[in-house]
Design a protein around this ligand. Structure first.
Ligand SMILES: O=C(O)CCC(=O)C(=O)O
Ligand SMILES: [Mn+2]
Length: 190
């Protein structure tokens, strides 16, 4: 892919570790279904989310003010593994819980100002494999990759500047999937 820097590590977590992490996160994270305003109407987003991180990492996501909950040990362990693999530091994670094929995430880039330019984002996938689609903002060129159980996708360099990504809904009866996207939020001056 031109104008992108993507690394996919299929076997980032051994299957048994990925299995137990999925169960732990399912049972222990503070999952919530947020709403966004579209044309003045409150619409529930089609997935559950939870935002964890260092206190310095407050963040706006799709117009929502997200205040991080302090790290759990399970999240810290994955964070450290992601930091080693990507040679980067993270201070927050957005956890996404896709309950079935009717859950998904629309086209967007992770290009909020709090992430700075050329952010490194480490994205761990657990459970049901789901597709991630990429679409180049200028050329419209498209790519699809499948994000498997225990995998890591690192997005870096100009990826967010030139490409949008999405997790499309599916009419198939899909099982649940948890995704963790580790980010580095530039602390706000206050
Ligand atoms: O679920 C995924 O793999 C993608 C999540 C994502 O793009 C995000 O949280 O910004
Ligand atoms: Mn994203």
């Amino acid at each position: 892919m031109a104008d992108a820097e993507l690394t996919y590590v299929a076997d980032f977590l051994p299957a048994s570790e990925a299995d137990s992490l999925l169960a732990v996160l399912q049972g222990t994270l503070a999952w919530r279904q947020d709403s966004i305003r579209i044309y003045g109407r409150e619409v529930k987003i089609p997935r559950l989310q939870a935002w964890y991180g260092d206190m310095e990492a407050s963040y706006k996501y799709s117009g929502l003010d997200m205040h991080p909950i302090p790290w759990t040990q399970a999240l810290l362990d994955v964070k450290h593994a992601c930091e080693q693999q990507s040679n980067s530091k993270f201070n927050a994670v957005l956890a996404n819980y896709y309950r079935n094929g009717a859950d998904g995430m629309g086209w967007h880039s992770d290009d909020e100002p709090e992430l700075g330019s050329n952010p490194v984002i480490a994205s761990v996938s657990l459970g049901q494999s789901r597709n991630m689609d990429f679409r180049h903002r200028q050329s419209g060129e498209k790519y699809r990759i499948e994000l498997g159980h225990g995998s890591l996708l690192i997005m870096a360099g100009p990826t967010q500047q030139y490409w949008q990504h999405a997790v499309p809904k599916s009419r198939k009866a899909l099982n649940e999937r948890i995704n963790l996207t580790f980010r580095h939020i530039i602390p706000r001056a206050s």
